[in-house]
Design a protein around this ligand. Structure first.
Ligand code: DAH
Length: 335
């Protein structure tokens, strides 16, 4: 009897190891594990075993049966999971498209501004965002305690070091390192101590412009700004300059473009004025030339600022500046 048990076990193990398809597995089940299978038959033979040997032979048989059953169900599972894997793969489905990254709307607009000015012969310059009081204020004709400093709420790091409140300090850095003629723009981040709302953000973007040479006049400034407005928003857009004050320009102006939504007719967005404020500009103040060591008798120049976030809001019809900085993919993926 013991020999029979060993034989059945050996042939079962051999056959189940050689199974290559589900039908083979079923044959093995019938042959060994069914009610009339070989293991069941061994159990029927138990009654012929001598009474004193019966408990130990019975134990061996039970062990064989549970071993065979567990090996069988393990194999069966292997086949099931393998075939299920096949069902999951639908070879007719289209592939998954890789998501392409894309530019932030402010980068798109900044690149477009750079492209337009490069086309008019401007070079692109850069300057640090952490500035000294000297470059941000002093050299721009705003000495300590000058009331014009209050126009820009400043984030100070130390008494002398601050986050630049505008891109105008790049004017000073460029003029200190280059001789005229100068024709540059300087795009970049600027910072102000403002509470965020729909039109204010403590971080925003400007593009500074500066042109210095012999014989540069206000007409040149108007021409360049007008050409920019036409290229950016269309040639029907008119530009106007209003007298204003900045310590680093004399005379100074603020300039407006026709509202890009109603093209000057008046609408809700421009509060029926037909105009949109863009930024400030003017002729470089001789005091600024003095502080960078340019001869203010020989050279004249103009400078202008430009709000990138503002222009992007106009271009895309965005009513809240905070959207640019929240990184909500639902917003960003539209550009
Ligand atoms: N820096 C000024 C600001 O942030 C804008 C500005 C005004 C820039 C006049 C200029 C300028 O270059 O000439 O408010």
């Amino acid at each position: 009897m013991q020999k029979r048990i060993k034989q059945v076990e050996a042939s079962f193990l051999k056959e189940i190891a050689g199974v290559s398809q589900p039908a083979d597995l079923e044959n093995i089940r019938v042959k060994y594990l069914s009610r009339k299978g070989q293991i069941a038959r061994l159990f029927s033979g138990l009654k012929d075993v001598a009474a004193e040997d019966r408990p130990s032979v019975g134990q061996q048989l039970n062990a064989l049966k549970s071993k065979a059953e567990s090996i069988f169900s393990e194999r069966k599972q292997q086949f099931e999971s393998a075939s299920k894997g096949d069902e999951d793969i639908d070879l007719t489905l289209p592939g998954r498209r890789a998501v392409l990254g894309h530019k932030h709307p402010l980068s798109i607009v900044q690149d477009e501004i750079k492209f337009i000015f490069r086309g008019m012969g401007f070079r692109v310059e850069d300057g640090p965002e952490i500035e000294t009081d000297y470059y941000n204020f002093e050299a721009l004709n705003m000495p300590k305690n000058h009331p014009a400093r209050d126009m820009q709420d400043t984030l100070y790091i130390t008494e002398d070091i601050l986050l630049r409140t505008h891109t105008s300090p790049v004017q000073v850095r460029v003029m200190k390192s280059q001789q005229p003629p100068v024709k540059i723009i300087a795009p970049g981040r600027v910072y102000r101590r403002d509470t965020p709302d729909a039109s204010h953000s403590p971080l925003f973007h400007q593009v500074e412009g500066l042109v210095v040479d012999e014989g540069i006049n206000f007409g040149d400034l108007k021409g360049v700004i007008t050409a920019f407005a036409h290229k950016m928003f269309g040639s029907d857009i008119k530009v106007r300059f209003r007298p204003s004050f900045f310590p680093f320009t004399e005379p100074s102006a603020e300039y407006d473009f026709n509202c890009v939504f109603c093209r000057g007719k008046g609408c809700r967005v421009c509060k029926n004025t037909g105009w949109m404020e863009i930024s400030g500009a003017g002729m470089v103040d001789p005091n600024v030339f003095e502080s960078v060591g340019y001869d203010s008798e020989k050279y004249t120049g103009y400078a202008f600022g430009m709000g990138v976030d503002r222009i992007a809001m106009l271009k895309y019809g965005i009513s809240d500046i905070r959207l640019f900085f929240e990184n909500d993919m639902r917003f960003l993926s539209q550009f």
